[in-house]
Write a protein that binds this ligand. Structure first.
Ligand code: UD1
Length: 354
């Protein structure tokens, strides 16, 4: 039994970590293919090092480009890699261009494909991620859904018989890494001289927020005018777009900071007043850490965070009000599983291989 995981972008490395560990525990031959979609060390290498992920067996080095150029380069190279490796399962993660490339190449070569984090929907077809996840779900042979809501979406698209609810692997990695942190102070608070609970963390990188100059300027203005300090952990896409637009990503309450490693992100987020983001992963991480979240998007795939009161969806002009609200009632709800999703994934793949 050989499982070939295809990853390429930062959130996929986080999801890969518990799978790689579970595969090793089960004695499964697990190969890792890195497409090279993310190549900056702080978006890639640091996750492999800190989360104990084995070095990729293949690195495709595709780099950045338009959707077509980037996805096409991956397809051409993945065809060769899969033909060479002859996987029993190709495991594809999430909703990036690396996700759809892996699914499309594998299904056309008749290698079984499993989609991890299947069934998420924003119902916003303008998002590249929405197209990637819908097409990947429909191309895949096995749909590994993180939640009941995701499984319901798949059922409504006629995909119930391929669906298994396994829980969310991001819960696995968060639980184990948070346990390792102990009393570690917040790296961001220490560096910038803030006290615990006095600052917010922000990440903004979605194309729909960064590529429209008016919208990006409105987000930055709201962050600058917040009544408490906010540290923007800036993705290279955001830095590049702000530069093109002549926009300063600091000033007022806003502090510009490079991206953090996973452990430093958790250590900084758990002692923050709140999180302001458009990331899918961070919405969930903040919820799991019970940190107030403000999401700068019209929709979220992680609806449970909103329903339970910990996440509010806003337009740029709603950031200040939402980010200064009080914490909601505490909850012990566990919509994202019990921290053992990766073992379930490996077990399902092992029992349903060719
Ligand atoms: C991608 C995913 C998005 C995910 C995000 C996580 C798609 C369509 N989008 O968005 O779903 O939330 O990853 O971070 O796959 N860049 C660098 N260094 C890098 C990588 C990118 O400087 O290592 C810059 C380049 O200017 C590049 C831009 O960021 O053009 C965008 O990168 P890209 O991989 O196209 O998408 P992300 O915005 O990272």
């Amino acid at each position: 039994m050989q499982i070939v995981s295809v990853v390429g972008a930062r959130p996929q490395f986080v999801k890969l970590a518990p799978i790689a560990h579970a595969a090793a525990r089960a004695g499964i031959d697990h190969k890792i293919v890195h497409t090279g979609q993310h190549y900056d060390p702080m978006l890639s290498d640091v996750f492999f090092e800190q989360l104990g992920i084995p070095a990729p067996d293949r690195h495709l080095g595709v780099g950045s480009g338009s959707h077509g150029v980037q996805t096409g380069a991956m397809l051409a190279k993945l065809d060769e890699v899969f033909t060479d490796l002859q996987p029993d399962w190709v495991l594809t993660y999430g909703d990036t261009n690396s996700t759809i490339a892996a699914a499309l190449s594998a299904v056309k070569l008749h290698f079984p494909v499993a989609h991890l984090e299947a069934g998420l929907r924003s119902f916003n077809r303008a998002m590249p991620e929405e197209i990637n996840r819908i097409l990947t779900d429909h191309a895949s042979d096995l749909l590994l859904a993180p939640t009941q809501v995701a499984a319901d979406h798949l059922a409504s698209e006629g995909l119930a018989d391929k669906t298994v609810i396994v829980g969310d692997v991001m819960t696995d990695v968060l639980m184990s890494e948070a346990a390792n942190l102990g009393d570690t102070p917040s790296p961001v608070a220490e560096e910038l001289g803030f006290t615990d609970g006095s600052y917010s963390l922000a990440t903004i990188h979605r194309a729909e927020n960064t590529d429209d100059p008016t919208r990006l300027a409105a987000i930055v203005q709201s962050l600058q005018n917040l009544d408490h300090p906010v540290v923007l952990l800036a993705h290279p896409r955001t830095v590049a777009k702000a530069k093109d637009q002549g926009l300063d990503l600091s000033g007022g309450s806003l502090y510009l900071h490079e991206p953090l490693s996973y452990a430093n992100l958790l250590a900084s987020a758990r002692r923050a007043r709140g999180v302001i983001t458009d990331s899918g992963g961070l919405q969930k991480e903040a919820f799991l850490l019970r940190v107030l979240t403000t999401t700068v998007r019209p929709q979220t795939e992680w609806v449970e965070t909103v329903e339970l009161g910990w996440n509010e969806l806003v337009e740029p002009d709603g950031i200040i009000q939402a980010a200064t609200r009080e914490k909601p009632q505490s909850t012990d709800a566990t919509p994202y599983g019990d921290g053992h999703a990766a073992d379930r994934v490996v077990s399902v793949l092992s029992s349903s291989g060719r």
